[in-house]
Design a protein around this ligand. Structure first.
Ligand code: UD1
Length: 336
C-alpha cells in the first residue's frame, strides 16, 4: 500500500515507517520536524501529500500531559483541528482507511472493583487525599479503596487533562468520518509506549523517558506517589506492528477503537528500579510528590487487538528495558 504517515519523524512514527518498509509498503512522512511547511492544519499541503495514497496513518499530535493551561489552544490546534483537516482531505481523496493514534488516557481511570458495590467508575482523586498520601482511588459510593482491573474498549470516556480531551475528540471525529464517508477508521489506544528513540529532556515526555534522562545524567529516578501506580508499558516496535496491522486487518468496518498494550502490568516503582539497575544508576527515590492530572492505575484489556489485528506483542518488558540505553535519541520534542 501507499501510506501517508503524519508525525512520521516522531518516536512512534519512526518505528511505523520502519515497520511499513519491512512489510513492503511505500510510505511518505508528513512531519513538521523534518519540513517546517508540514503544518497539520494546512489543508492545501495535506491535499498535495495525500495524492496517490491508499491510506493514512495519523500520528501527528502534540503529546504529553500539558504544562499548564497556556497549552490549551496549542493542543486543540494540533490535535483537534489537525485531525479534522486530515479527515477532511481523506474524504476528498476517497481514502478508504485511516489509522489514528489515540491513547489510554481517554478512559481517565476507567472502572474498578469495590468490595461492596462491584464495578464502579473511578472518580478523580481529591487534592486532600493526595496530600495525605492516600493515593488509591476510593469508591464513589462508600469511599472504600478500590481494586483496579483491566479496562475494555466499551468503557466510557473520562478525559482528565487537555491532551486526553483532544484524543477523545480525535476518536469522535474519526467515527463521524467513517460513518459519513463509508471509510474504515481504527483508533489505537496506545498504552505507555517506550523503546529506543524515546524523547528526552522535555516536560511533555512520559515517565520512562524522564527516568532515562535522569539516569543518563547520573541522577536517581524520582518516583511520584508511592510508586504503586499500575501501568502497561508496550514496546514501540510492538506498537508499530499493531499500527501497520490495523491498515489491512480484514473484517473491520466503520470505526473501531482498540487498546494496544503488552498485557503485562507493572508499577512505576518497579520500572524505575529495573531501569536504574540496567543503566547502572542510583536507586530510585520515592518522593510522595503527586500531580493532580495523573491517574493512579490504568491498564488495558488488549485482547480485541490481538484477535482483530492478528497481532501479538513480541518484546517483554525485560528485553525492552534492556535496550533503552541504546539507539538514537529524538532530542527535545513537544510535537510528534
Ligand atoms: C502517558 C503519557 C500520555 C500517553 C499515555 C499512554 C505523558 C506525559 N503521558 O500517560 O500522553 O497518552 O502514557 O501512552 O507523556 N511519574 C513519576 N515520576 C516522574 C514522572 C511521572 O513517578 O518523573 C509517574 C506519574 O505520577 C504517573 C506515572 O509515572 O503515575 C506515569 O506518568 P506519565 O508517563 O507522565 O503519564 P501516563 O499517565 O502514564
Amino acid at each position: 500500500m501507499r501510506v501517508l504517515v503524519t508525525g512520521g519523524a516522531g518516536f512512534i512514527g519512526s518505528a511505523v515507517l520502519r515497520a511499513l518498509a519491512a512489510g513492503g509498503h511505500r510510505s511518505t512522512s508528513y512531519d513538521l520536524a523534518t519540513d517546517p511547511r508540514d503544518d497539520i492544519v494546512d489543508v492545501d499541503r495535506l491535499r498535495a501529500a495525500t495524492a496517490g495514497q491508499d491510506a493514512i496513518i495519523h500520528l501527528a499530535a502534540k503529546v504529553g500531559l500539558g504544562v499548564d493551561l497556556s497549552d490549551l489552544d496549542g493542543y486543540a490546534r494540533h490535535n483537534d483541528l489537525g485531525t479534522a483537516a486530515v479527515l477532511r482531505v481523506a474524504a476528498e481523496r476517497s481514502i478508504g482507511r485511516v489509522v489514528l493514534a489515540s491513547s489510554m488516557v481517554v478512559y481517565g481511570e476507567g472502572t474498578a472493583q469495590c468490595p461492596q458495590h462491584g464495578t464502579v467508575p473511578v472518580p478523580p482523586r481529591t487534592e486532600d487525599d493526595l496530600a495525605r498520601g492516600m493515593f488509591e482511588p476510593r469508591c464513589p459510593r462508600c469511599a472504600e479503596p478500590l481494586r483496579p482491573g483491566l479496562v475494555a474498549e466499551d468503557t466510557g470516556f473520562d478525559p482528565r487533562n487537555v491532551y486526553a480531551a483532544t484524543k477523545v475528540q480525535t476518536e469522535q471525529l474519526a467515527a463521524i468520518w467513517a460513518r459519513e464517508s463509508g471509510g474504515t477508521a481504527v483508533g489505537l489506544r496506545y498504552h505507555n509506549v517506550y523503546g529506543p528513540g524515546l524523547p528526552r529532556d522535555t516536560p511533555y515526555a512520559g515517565v520512562a523517558a524522564i527516568f532515562r534522562s535522569a539516569l543518563l545524567a547520573g541522577r536517581a529516578p524520582s518516583v511520584f506517589e508511592d510508586g504503586g501506580q499500575r501501568r502497561d508499558f508496550v514496546h514501540v516496535d510492538d506498537v508499530a506492528a499493531a499500527t501497520v496491522a490495523a491498515l489491512q486487518a480484514p473484517g473491520l468496518t466503520g470505526y473501531t477503537a482498540l487498546n494496544i498494550g503488552s498485557g503485562t502490568i507493572t508499577t512505576i516503582g518497579e520500572v524505575a528500579a529495573r531501569m536504574a539497575m540496567i543503566m547502572n544508576g542510583p536507586a530510585p527515590v520515592i518522593t510522595g510528590h503527586y500531580r493532580l492530572g495523573d491517574v493512579r492505575h490504568i491498564t488495558a484489556d488488549s485482547s480485541a487487538a490481538r484477535r482483530l489485528l492478528d497481532w501479538r506483542p513480541q518484546v517483554t518488558l525485560e528485553q525492552g528495558l534492556a535496550t533503552l540505553d541504546q539507539g538514537l535519541d529524538q532530542g527535545p520534542a513537544g510535537l510528534a
